[in-house]
Design a protein around this ligand. Structure first.
Ligand code: TYD
Ligand code: MG
Length: 455
């Protein structure tokens, strides 16, 4: 009797194991392995070098169709997409539950439908009535969207196959979809992958833009369907702190454009509002100089965004292990920066608790943030406020040097535009705007001297 080969797929990362284990060997998630039945068994008996249809080769420089992009009607959404929707594109929209994915897509669908496009919105999570209520609240009650509440991919594709293909098809969410050709409950890797495959095939054949909503697990992966990331053309992530109103839309992968542009939104009573000038938003409420606050001209793609870095230092009396808590920045990078400040500048943080926060729920990934964080830390430690209208940027090395960063000119111009009249950063920056004083800080001790004073 031949033994059937069993395999187990991790629902978190898609890793394959040949025996069941309590913990996934790939991503270390617990209880995530689920048995999977392979769709087909390959054997040497199948010879594929015969019996196929001839495929057609075309020269690379053949005159192809031009990539026609279509606006979503939300310029911030278009910007994050690299210029709009491309027909036939499959887009995965990931984000935490409750962050606003359905709201964003309903607004974009309504705007697109109002321009005459045929838009189909299928919700597997909410009843049609609920979606309609939301549309009313968003002021789009009259938008000519074709709305359905369904979870069977067969039903959806059969229905769509009976008429002309829509311009946009939104599936909210892929985890609720179910295909009767595949075993397993909705949301399992095999279901998610199978359903996505069928829907993507429909989109490619019909030139429909497909948007799949995918919920994200706590560790930031698009749940289970990380396996989807290579099946789709575009992976978008909708981010933000739920307690804050700001939301950032970014592309993590884009076959049709750059991945470094962001779209900024604010969640308000009537849905998401676009924020064309994000700097003003991340800097609200800065009127009096406060120790521990430094402004950093961050760069998202080609777009400069000024954000405030806040540090708080609390001296401990007892010998308890001090806490380090970070929101919006990398905690190991903070540990490194503290070590550099201790060993190169002689500052002492070892008996103090250190808290670091980036305002507005913004997440910094730009390495040029080092100097702004250092300035905030030194200012908090010394209890000396930094000048209100000053900005700080530069990458700090382990030796305590301040290294040049990309697009210094762009950062300085944005800061000057918003009324900042002083900046500190690496020695080489190129042109500095006229209204701005630039202090080159080539080493961290120099920064400390400048903030604490040579006293
Ligand atoms: P939703 O789009 O349902 O999130 P997701 O689809 O990502 O799970 O957004 C839900 C949250 O947004 C909910 O907590 C309420 C809030 N919200 C507003 O603040 N204003 C609004 O106009 C709408 C529609 C939602
Ligand atoms: Mg939703």
């Amino acid at each position: 009797m031949s033994k059937t080969k069993r395999r187990y797929i991790c629902q978190a990362c898609g890793g394959v194991s040949h025996r069941w284990q309590g913990q996934c060997p790939d991503c270390a998630e617990w209880n995530s392995l689920v048995e999977d039945t392979p769709a087909s068994v390959f054997s040497a008996k199948h010879d594929l070098s015969n019996g196929g249809r001839a495929i057609e080769f075309v020269p690379l420089d053949a005159p192809g169709e031009k990539l026609e992009r279509r606006s979503t009607g939300l310029p911030e959404f278009d910007r994050a997409l690299g210029g709009g929707l491309v027909p036939g594109a499959a887009i995965l929209m990931g984000g935490d539950p409750g962050i606003g994915k359905s709201t964003l897509l309903l607004q974009a669908s309504a705007k697109l439908a109002q321009t005459g496009a045929d838009v189909v919105y299928v919700s597997g999570e909410e009843a049609a009535g609920q979606v309609r209520l939301r549309a009313e609240r968003l002021g789009h009650a009259k938008a000519p969207i074709r709305l359905a509440s369904a979870t069977s991919v067969r039903d959806i594709l059969t229905t769509l196959g009976r008429g002309p293909a829509p311009t946009l098809l939104v599936i909210d969410s892929i985890q609720t979809m179910h295909s009767d050709t595949i075993e397993g409950a909705p949301g399992t890797v095999s279901q998610v992958r199978g359903c996505a495959f069928e829907l993507i095939r429909y989109a490619k054949e019909n030139g429909t833009v497909l948007v799949l909503v995918g919920h994200v697990t706590k560790d930031g992966n698009i749940a289970g369907p990380r396996v989807l990331e290579h099946m789709v053309d575009v992976v978008m992530s909708f981010e933000g702190e739920r307690s804050h109103q700001y939301r950032i839309l970014r592309a993590l992968k884009n076959r049709f454009g750059a991945v470094d542009e962001i779209g900024v939104f604010a969640m308000a009573g009537q849905g998401l509002e676009e924020v064309p000038n994000p700097s003003s938003l991340f800097l609200t409420g800065r009127e009096t100089p406060i120790a521990g606050s430094a402004v950093f001209p961050a760069l998202e793609g080609t777009r400069p965004v000024l954000v405030e870095v806040q540090a708080l230092i609390v001296r401990l009396q007892s010998g308890a292990t001090p806490r380090r808590a970070v929101v919006g920045w990398d905690s190991s990078r903070l540990a490194m920066l503290l070590a550099v400040l201790e060993s190169r500048c002689g500052l002492n943080f070892s008996s103090a608790e250190v808290y670091l926060n980036v305002s507005g729920g913004y997440r910094l990934s730009d390495p040029a943030a080092d100097l702004a964080v250092a300035a905030a830390l030194v200012s908090a430690l010394a209890n000396r406020p930094l000048p209100l209208r000053s900005t700080w940027f530069g990458e700090v090395s382990l030796a305590g040097e301040v290294r040049p960063v990309a697009h210094a000119g762009l950062r300085l111009r944005e800061a000057a535009k918003l009324g900042f009249d002083a900046a500190s950063g690496p020695a080489e920056v190129g042109e500095v705007p006229k209204a701005m004083r630039y202090d080159a800080v080539d080493r961290l001790p120099k920064l400390v001297d400048r903030i604490i004073g040579a006293s």
